[in-house]
Unconditional design. Structure first.
Length: 175
C-alpha cells in the first residue's frame, strides 16, 4: 500500500492528539475491563461497535493503538496500527505475536499485562517523548515486514513468513 500525502504529514509532524485508541467488539472479559476503566476517558478513546468517524483518522490521530485480546486471535489491528505509524499496545498476558522469533516487539510496541489495565494511562503517560519517538521510529521501520504484495518484495510479509517457517523447521529437526 502506498501512503497518501496527508497521512505522511500525520506520520512526520506528530499530529497525534489522543494518547490511545481502541475500536472493536466487546467480546471478552479483558475488553470489558478496558471499557470499565477507560470508556469515558478524554485521552484514551475506547469504542465498541461501529465508529462514527473514520478508523484511519483515529489511527492517525493517536499515539498508541490498543490491541486487546478478545475471544479470537486476530492481529489485523496490530498491522493497521503499524501501517499508520501508531505504536501498538498489546494488552494480554500471553500472546504469540507475529514474527516474534525474528522481531523484538519491545523495540516498537508496549506490552501491558491484563492486570495492569487500571495503570494503562499512567504507563503510557510515564513514557518520555524520546522513548515514544524511538518506538514510533521503529514502528515505521518494521511495518514493511507486515505488508503483503501481489509479487513479493524483499523483506515483506511473504519473506517474513517463509523465514519464520524456516526457523521453526530447523528447530524441529533438532528434536
Amino acid at each position: 500500500m502506498e501512503i497518501l500525502d496527508v497521512e505522511k504529514l500525520f506520520l512526520l509532524h506528530g499530529f497525534r492528539k489522543k494518547l490511545g485508541f481502541f475500536a472493536g467488539s466487546l467480546n471478552s472479559p479483558v475488553r470489558e475491563k478496558l471499557l470499565e476503566w477507560w470508556g469515558n476517558d478524554s485521552d484514551i478513546f475506547v469504542h465498541f461497535g461501529r465508529l462514527e468517524r473514520s478508523y484511519t483518522e483515529k489511527l492517525l490521530g493517536s499515539k498508541f493503538c490498543l490491541h486487546v485480546k478478545g475471544y479470537e486471535v486476530n492481529t489485523a489491528r496490530i498491522v493497521d496500527a503499524l501501517f499508520y505509524g501508531c505504536v501498538p499496545v498489546i494488552i494480554a498476558n500471553h500472546y504469540d505475536l507475529p514474527f516474534a522469533d525474528i522481531l523484538d516487539w519491545k523495540h516498537f510496541s508496549v506490552i501491558v499485562a491484563t492486570l495492569d489495565i487500571p495503570l494503562l494511562k499512567k504507563i503510557l503517560q510515564g513514557m518520555t517523548q524520546q522513548e515514544y519517538l524511538v518506538l514510533q521510529s521503529n514502528v515505521l521501520k518494521v511495518r514493511e515486514h507486515f505488508q503483503w504484495h501481489v509479487s513479493p518484495i524483499d523483506f515483506d510479509a511473504f519473506y517474513m513468513v517463509m523465514y519464520e517457517l524456516w526457523l521453526r523447521r530447523s528447530s524441529l529437526r533438532l528434536q
